[in-house]
Design a protein around this ligand. Sequence first.
Ligand SMILES: [Mn+2]
Length: 462
Amino acid sequence: MFFDKETYVNRRSELIKKIGSGIIVLPGNSESARNFKANTYFFVQDSSFLYYMGINLPDLVLVLNCETGESILFGNEVSLEHTIWIGPQEPLRSKAYNVGVYKVLSFDKLSDYIKDYLNITKIHFLPPYRISTTLLLSNLVGLSIREVSVNSSKELIDAVVSQREIKSSEEIDELEQAIGITKEMHVKVISKAKPGLKESDLVGALESSAISAGGRTAYPPIVSIQGQILHNINYTNELRRGQLLLGDFGGLSSSGYAGDITRTIPVSGKFSAKQKEIYQIVLDAQKRAIEMLEPNVLYRDVHLAACYKLAEGLKDLGLMKGDVKDAVATGAHALFFPHGLGHMIGLDVHDMESLGENNVGYDTEVLKSEQFGLKSLRLGKRLKEGFTITVEPGIYFIPELFHEWKSNNVECAPFLNFPTIESYLDFGGVRIEDEYVITRSGSNLIGEYIPKEISEIEQIMN
Ligand SMILES: [Mn+2]
């Protein structure tokens, strides 16, 4: 339990009210074996289960009965034999009481409970993303494994998204706590980085920060001198003078909220003139995007405004040419910025992504584009007060993409100055990422400011 009992009681009763009829089944996660059953990965609870139940333990299923209004937790108390291995535990029954669930039944009662309702009313469940959950649901509702996901409840997905996308002030406190931990991790990496170290030296330092703070990293850290590889999680390179180092990582708050921040720094402690130019374009694009954040603005439009800013800067440097709006319309800028400007953040680093990007970041008003670049934008819909999001533009020089576009004479080629771009192919990449909460009239940075101006980064490094 992380918040008051009332928080969980209210969240569940609101969900029951929204769905109105039928049975809602919310399975928590199970332990996941690494190489044999008892040797498991770090346990991560299902975020929807955690949102409505607040218990961070494996092998539990929450059932909300919309017919009776009842919440029931299915799970087993720890046996004496297991206690010998893991020590005495607070009874499950008492944990459930603390979040206002007064009916706890053993796990083997779940199947009969659902069976009684199967042909009478609708059983609502979210799309599973782990095979163990798919199997559980397949057995409970009598569908084949293939049928489970497509039969998940759109009503339930929409109801859960509508609740979880609006963060309460206690959730924003948690996100701030995660940023506090994340700031320490970043400052440690910025102050420690220097030629001769390996990427893994820095990963060791940031992991130790996260663990010392009582948590873990929220996702596999990206710490790379090859920033142009967007999700590079190899840490074998040695840092050399003249290179840029991209660090995209964050910690978890004590109740499981994620931090997700990116900084890009010069290994030598000083940006070169060329690096400064590209870095400043990315920073200006981020600031342009942040200025626009307020309720009712389409995040797709914020993304596009950042793209215009990037394209303008790249045109000034002679890397792009022609009309900036036309260039962005054809997707030319995506050669340098192939991903989206940001995503929601909360209990998941890409919040609720398991419920489907289209169900979380888009709606009937804004449909996802299929254009290269724009199709990777995870959030396109109108912003609302209480949304918590990331703003993370970048510029990358991806040799493979460059060669492909150059040799295939792509439609947007007239906007690209290929010979000049070619002279940047060993540049790497720059990304700058911060988190914002949408307020009534604008937005606020979540948590403490983490240095990002060129002079601030150089000052910490020297
Ligand atoms: Mn991110």
